[in-house]
Design a binder for this molecule. Structure first.
Ligand code: ZN
Length: 439
């Protein structure tokens, strides 16, 4: 406990290092020193002296933001540990500046019971690199027929608050309504993968001029927008919280803007790749660009950026979707959809939103940390970089430029769409409750 020893102590009595982070710029503002002790930012000031034995970190030129929170991560465990594990995914998250991730339910077995969500939660605690928050399935086996044990998952040690059949749409409107009504009891939220399945049968990419030229079956924007329109009406009708996963079209942004104007309790996320990449990349036939929902047009990208900037879209979420080589290195039609995202999300967001002048560092922190923490109900994350707040932080070099090397990823998979690309801004350190994790 004593500062003189350079060690702090957690509630469990475990000794923790004390860190003096020197000359860092919270939200890109004026440089200050941060003293991290006992899991919190104990002091903020200029020229703070280090308690003896404290670790010092020269953070001159670095920007400090709250540790990032991901609402949409696929960790693949249990079941596909060849693609990712809770431990490898947690490491990738910490390296990307994250201090909390929501682990999607489409594992094998599906996370549709208290037992499976508790298993994922325990694996996250054992890895100890980020807070792993399991997402519970909405329906048994993601089959879209019967509601899963939502209450039992909410009451479990994992304290599930976000429920999603992600990978599949809860397409039955009566079932979706029941799920929305059910989660009200514990202030939960249903996160919908909006895709009307009858409109996307055999779809390979965005429906449009590129798909027509390539002769690939299209995934129309209306298949997403129709489900979002239906669900915001249902959420408004029953007064429940709806969260829309990976919004990808300009029309979806318009519907969300309308729903928010009506006062419905609706939030939404966009992925980094939908903020940067377009469907023209499908012309390469490189399956690394195959993702669901698909990459859209430049007009959609512009609308998504504008929607994120004006708050219509609340959060950036990675949809980090690791895949084993055999599932991705095949012809386009046979490849599984999905891209890695955790280690590149911050840099891609800086390129799409900060370099373009659409968001400043505070705005980015709101959309990558504060808003996702609120939506997920994580009180200890997404808080201000300020005295007395949790020492869960990311320190980044805003002037760094780096080239993405898939082989250097901490993920067990290699399916990044940014291989060889130069990206701006680099995470230098991540602290989870005062302990460095991003190394
Ligand atoms: Zn999805």
């Amino acid at each position: 406990m004593s500062g003189a020893s350079g060690r702090g102590r957690t509630d469990d009595g475990v000794e923790m290092a004390i860190w003096l982070v020197e000359g860092v710029r919270p939200y890109g503002g004026r440089p200050v020193d941060l003293l991290l002790r006992d899991g919190v930012v104990a002091e903020v000031g200029r020229g703070l002296s280090a308690p003896s034995g404290a670790h010092r970190l020269d953070a001159g030129g670095l920007v400090a933001l709250p540790g990032l929170v991901d609402l949409h991560t696929h960790l693949r465990e249990p079941g596909r540990e060849d693609a990712e594990t809770v431990e490898t995914g947690s490491r990738a998250a910490a390296l990307g500046g994250y201090t909390a991730v929501h682990a999607m339910a489409n594992t094998e077995p599906v996370a549709d019971t208290a037992g499976v969500v508790e298993q994922v939660w325990r694996l996250g605690r054992e890895a100890g690199l980020v807070d792993v928050r399991p997402v519970g399935a909405v329906t048994v086996g993601l089959a879209g027929v019967r509601l899963a044990e939502l209450g039992a998952m909410a009451d479990s040690a994992a304290r599930v608050r976000v429920f999603s059949d992600d990978g599949h749409c809860v397409s039955d409107p009566a079932l979706m309504r029941r799920a929305l009504e059910y989660v009200k009891a514990f202030d939960g939220v249903v996160a919908q993968h909006a895709e009307e399945p009858r409109l996307t049968e055999r779809a390979q990419m965005n429906e449009g001029v590129i798909a027509a030229r390539l002769g690939l079956t299209g995934w129309p924007a209306a298949a997403e927008e129709a489900v979002i329109a239906r669900d915001v009406l249902l959420a408004g009708h029953v007064g429940s919280r709806l969260h829309v996963c990976h919004v990808s079209t300009a029309g979806s942004v318009e519907i969300l803007r309308w729903a928010k104007a009506k006062g419905f309790r609706v939030t939404a996320e966009v992925t980094p790749h939908h903020l940067l990449l377009t469907d023209e990349l499908a012309a390469t036939y490189d399956p690394v660009y195959k993702v669901n929902p698909p990459l859209r047009t430049a007009e959609d990208v512009a609308a998504l950026r504008a929607g994120l900037a004006d708050g219509t879209i609340d959060a950036i979420a990675t949809d980090h979707a690791p895949h084993a080589l055999e599932d991705k290195q095949s012809e386009w039609a046979a490849a599984r959809p999905g891209m890695l995202g955790l280690e590149t999300a911050l840099s891609v967001a800086v390129r799409a939103m900060v370099e373009t002048g659409l968001l400043d560092w505070r705005g980015l922190a709101e959309r990558m940390a504060a808003a996702p923490a609120r939506i997920g109900g994580l009180a200890g994350h997404g808080r201000a970089v300020a005295e007395g707040e949790p020492a869960s932080l990311v320190l980044l070099d805003p002037d760094a430029r780096w080239s993405v090397d898939p082989a250097a990823s901490a993920s067990r998979s290699r399916n990044t769409p940014y291989a060889g690309r130069e990206l701006p801004a680099r995470v230098v350190a991540t602290f989870l409750a005062g302990e460095p994790t991003g190394e």
